[in-house]
Design a protein around this ligand. Structure first.
Ligand code: FES
Length: 122
């Protein structure tokens, strides 16, 4: 679906970086954005919509829309379009949704959930 333009295509003289995207080892040119690395390797989904849980992907590719949020080395909500790859980086499409975060978020804010609310999120 996505590919490098001929002038930007990785070549053998260019320094390469090995990263992991959704448990798959990928080699990309240094200074590639995480989003570019994902797209070129066939991983277009960056996250699930927190409300509809539909797959989302980069939209603006310049840091404005926040559609490209991914987990990088276990840290969620990182903008794939604004982050450069580095050796050993582990990128994961983000699956945080309202349902998956309701209990941890409530607990982090000191709210107490009743039994029905806790059952909804188990
Ligand atoms: S694609 Fe819009 S902020 Fe990354």
């Amino acid at each position: 679906m996505f590919r490098y333009l001929a002038d930007d295509a990785p070549n053998k003289s260019q320094q390469q970086v090995c990263i992991i995207i959704n448990d798959r080892k990928v080699t990309v040119p240094v200074n590639t954005s995480v989003w570019s690395a994902m797209a070129a390797s066939g991983e277009a989904t960056t996250r699930l919509s927190s409300v509809s849980q539909q797959p989302r992907s980069a939209y603006c590719a310049m840091g404005a829309c926040f559609e490209c949020l991914v987990e990088i080395d276990g840290l969620p909500n990182q903008q794939a379009c604004m982050t450069r790859v580095y050796p050993g980086m582990e990128v994961r499409s983000q699956t945080i949704t309202e349902a998956s975060q309701a209990v941890p978020l409530a607990a982090g804010l000191g709210y107490e959930l009743n039994a029905d609310q806790e059952a909804d999120h188990d």
